[in-house]
Design a protein around this ligand. Structure first.
Ligand SMILES: Cc1ncc(COP(=O)(O)O)c(C=O)c1O
Length: 398
């Protein structure tokens, strides 16, 4: 009670307006019921030994104090070299890179640096769940554009619908490519269309490319990862968010980076400095090594995930889930309507408690929760024995 007898509202409207992460909550539920965790997207296998060794060496060599706030020079140089090698464009490590605490911090720092209150941010729905609170924290107004599924399970958007939401208040669009949770890899034609809208409406494109190396091209579907920043006139209006987490299986290291034009980078560096000061110094040294790994590392990563994908999708289909083969990332968004459950949350609880497999309810990827009420997401970034255990338990569903 204050002196005037009024009770202050101790929780900000912003914090009250979003719920706790459902994904992290499901991990706790999984642990409670000893369920096989195919919910949260973190590998349960070891990170590459040589990358870990570099981190240990960096600690032993006393890289243990604050690094330069926007990142260790050797790591920024490695980011620039890797960008040239895989994305095909030049960036200046002195003025266009900010190293952050994971891409999670990269995205929110980027948005806080660019977005003003009331400006509109376009999001494809379903979206990676962090983007919703990111939009709230940056006082933006979210505008959702649906991704639809073909009968074969591929995801696409209607160009007319995307064009219709762009207007003079549109400040940015967020894309996640390859996409979590759908596994969609955006085509050149789709990215050209998005780029055209960004140029026409003077909007910024935030692109989350944390799964850039996890795509599954085949003869029938020759997919390629294209960074929207590499398209004409897009370098100056694209913020690329990336991280070590998925490519090097070190989600707990919390080392990410943002590539943006110098004026935006300057603003991001200020936000980043006051949010976190900097990312872990020794782990950035190990990151400099990791980013330079030879082609074989990336080819092996892709092949190993392809094998996991090709194992899990038929398992899910046989258990009664409707789903296609994702084009990229390591998730399968499935339709659960054949199981006859009222909601995705009810189904998820049943799956965790009775079947012993944890997943993420589909509604956590939607603003309009009803759109996800007959969906759940599986991840397959797990050891074969974990996937085998899940497959065995899922047989009980039939
Ligand atoms: C699309 C996407 N972006 C960002 C993240 C978080 O990445 P980081 O560990 O770099 O913060 C995840 C983690 O699952 C993700 O799926």
């Amino acid at each position: 009670m204050t002196q005037t007898g009024q009770i202050k509202n101790r929780i900000s409207q912003k914090a009250a307006s979003f719920t706790e992460s459902v994904i992290r909550e499901m991990s706790r539920e999984a642990a409670k019921y000893a369920a096989v965790n195919l919910g949260q997207g973190f590998p349960d296998f070891a990170a590459p030994f040589d990358v870990k060794e570099e981190a240990m060496k960096a600690i032993a060599n006393d890289h243990n104090q604050y690094a330069i706030t926007w990142g260790v020079k050797s790591f920024r140089d490695a980011i620039a070299a890797k960008t040239r090698r895989f994305l095909g464009f030049e960036i200046d490590p002195e003025t266009e890179i900010t190293v952050t605490c994971g891409s999670t911090e990269g995205m929110i720092a980027g948005m806080l640096a660019c977005i003003d209150e009331g400006e509109e941010v376009v999001l494809f729905e379903p979206f990676y769940e962090n983007y919703a609170p990111d939009v709230i924290l940056s006082d933006a107004r979210p505008v959702h554009v649906p991704l639809y599924q073909t009968p074969a399970g591929d995801w696409y958007f209607e160009k007319d619908e995307l064009r219709a939401v762009f207007n003079e208040r549109t400040k940015a669009i967020i894309i996640c490519n390859p996409n979590n949770p759908t596994g969609k890899v955006f085509t050149r034609d789709e990215l050209e269309f998005i780029a055209e809208l960004c140029r026409e409406f003077d909007a910024i494109c935030f692109t989350d490319e944390i799964y850039e190396h996890i795509i599954y091209p085949s003869d029938e579907k020759p997919l390629e990862h294209i960074c929207v920043a590499a398209l004409d006139g897009m370098r100056e209006r694209t913020v690329v968010v990336n991280s070590l987490s998925k490519t090097y299986s070190v989600t707990g290291w919390r080392v990410g980076y943002v590539i943006a034009p110098p004026d935006i980078t300057n603003a991001i560096r200020k936000v980043h400095d006051f949010l976190t000061v900097g990312a872990a110094n020794p782990l950035q040294h190990a990151g400099a090594y990791a980013l330079g790994l030879p082609e074989k590392y990336y080819a092996d990563l892709q092949r190993e995930y392809l094998e996991k994908r090709d194992f899990i999708v038929p398992v899910l289909q046989n258990a009664g889930f409707k789903c296609g083969f994702p084009e990229g990332a390591y998730y399968v968004m499935t339709d659960i309507s054949d199981f006859g459950f009222e909601s995705d949350v009810e189904f998820t609880k049943h799956l965790i408690r009775e079947i012993g497999v944890a997943v993420v309810p589909g509604s956590s990827f939607y603003y309009d929760k009803s759109l996800g009420s007959q969906k759940v997401r599986f991840c397959f970034c797990k050891k074969q024995e974990t996937l085998d255990a899940a497959a065995e338990r899922l047989q009980k569903l039939r």
